[in-house]
Design a binder for this molecule. Structure first.
Ligand SMILES: Nc1ncnc2c1ncn2[C@@H]1O[C@H](COP(=O)(O)OP(=O)(O)OP(=O)(O)O)[C@@H](O)[C@H]1O
Ligand SMILES: O=C(O)[C@H](O)COP(=O)(O)O
Length: 388
């Protein structure tokens, strides 16, 4: 990828695509990993005499402006993190008003654009939008690793119109994940959790031949347990994925681990009644919302001796205290491993490791959820390709 140091930025206005798609509740940022991760690139550009125009998406608005997804709540925290004021530009990123506002920037000044997904052309990589966004900078830096798997106007589109380079976050992420793809040290253990099988079944399928063990957890385990003939009560599952789950279980019986027991709840609720039951014998009216104690023990044991570990996705509905135990236990087990190269990716698993206070014991914390999974699947990411 084009190196940031080769880009001429002194006295220039640099358009930087960051990924500030951060969890926000009631206007308050819940996890600032992605903001902190963008600072090395931003500070390096500022030190070299650039002015910055920061561009990101937030959430999935439907191609129109929606106050719920405004990036304005980031202005304060970002100013604080950078130690200098950040100007928030509320007008549409493609508008002349925005162009005029960024043209007024002096070296060392920083502007944050409104959510680029408020533009209907963003996700379609519309050439007209690409032209308008490209007007905002003299050069383009892609540092949004979390969005590098999106062939959108603000990611790969503008790269074709301006001198460009990869930011240090993008470069660091690609290098760190490369160690999982090319000659990972064995035993190689992968833990995949989260809610939807259909989102992650491809990565599971592609990883199975390469790993020694694949531990499946969270909501996605129930499709596999049902495929094996288990009773899953009301647990989340995807019937249209049963066939593929069955095939993978047949083909890779020795590698796939599924929960043996679960914490079942009588409702999807923080205050639900709970009981520990075998994962294949969940009573009608009950649903599995977390890994049970035997499962936690077995998964922790399976991690021992691993030389390479990748974890994506929570092992339960960790947003509810009662069902966070499995996720927290895995966070601790991964952090406690010694002599292993450990990588955690995906918003929820990263906030679990941050909350556990043991993030510094993990080799690499990826800011990419879908992006890190697509890289691991062996796909070329449009953002990475655009920086070649
Ligand atoms: N047993 C379960 N039943 C229902 N939902 C579950 C269960 N286990 C986990 N979940 C939910 O899965 C969601 C997270 O899934 P997801 O696949 O988005 O993971 P992630 O780590 O955030 O990855 P990414 O950042 O790639 O989206 C959480 O909101 C969690 O509550
Ligand atoms: O959080 C993420 O994974 C990235 O910001 C990409 O978001 P998206 O899945 O809405 O494109």
């Amino acid at each position: 990828m084009q190196n940031l140091n080769t880009l001429d930025v002194a006295g220039k206005r640099v358009l930087v695509r960051v990924d500030y798609n951060v969890p926000i509740k009631g206007g308050v940022i819940q996890d600032d990993t992605r903001i902190t991760a963008s600072l090395p690139t931003l500070n390096a550009l500022l030190e070299r005499g650039a002015s910055l125009v920061l561009m990101s998406h937030l959430g999935r608005p439907k191609g129109g402006s929606d106050p719920k997804y405004s990036l304005e709540p980031l202005q304060g925290p970002l100013s604080q993190a950078l130690g200098r004021p950040v100007k928030f530009i509320a007008s549409a990123p493609s508008s002349d008003e925005t162009l005029q506002a960024v043209q007024a920037l002096q070296p060392g000044e920083v502007a944050l654009l409104e959510n680029v997904r408020f533009e209907a052309g963003e996700e379609k990589n519309d050439p007209a939008l690409v032209e308008k966004l490209a007007r905002l900078g003299d050069a383009f830096v892609l540092d949004a690793f979390g969005s590098a798997h999106r062939a959108h106007a603000s990611v790969s589109g503008v790269a074709g119109k301006l001198p460009h380079a990869a930011g240090t976050l993008l470069q660091t992420e690609v290098d760190a994940l490369d160690r999982l793809i090319n000659n990972p040290a064995h035993p190689y253990v992968v833990i995949i959790g989260g809610a939807k099988v259909s989102d992650k079944i491809k990565v599971i399928e592609n990883l199975l031949p390469k790993v020694d063990k694949l531990l499946i957890g969270g909501g996605m385990a129930y499709t596999f347990i049902k495929a094996r003939g288990g009773q899953i009560g009301e647990s989340i599952h995807e019937d249209d994925q049963l066939e593929l789950a069955r095939r993978l279980l047949d083909e890779y019986a020795g590698k796939i681990m599924l929960p043996s027991d679960v914490i079942a709840a009588d409702a999807f609720d923080a205050e639900a009644n709970t009981q520990v039951v075998p994962s294949g014998a969940i009573p009608d009216g009950w649903q599995g919302l977390d890994a049970g104690p035997e499962t936690v023990k077995a998964y922790t044991a399976a991690l021992q001796g691993a030389k390479t570990v990748f974890w994506n996705g929570p092992l339960g509905v960790f947003e509810f205290e009662k069902f966070a135990g499995g996720t927290n236990a895995i966070a601790k087990a991964v952090a406690d491993l010694s002599g292993a190269y450990t990588v955690i990716g995906g918003g929820d698993s990263v906030s679990a490791i941050n909350k556990s206070g043991q993030a510094d014991k993990v080799s690499h914390i990826s800011t990419g959820g879908g992006a890190s999974l697509e890289l691991l699947e062996g796909q070329q990411l449009p953002g990475v390709e655009a920086m070649q």
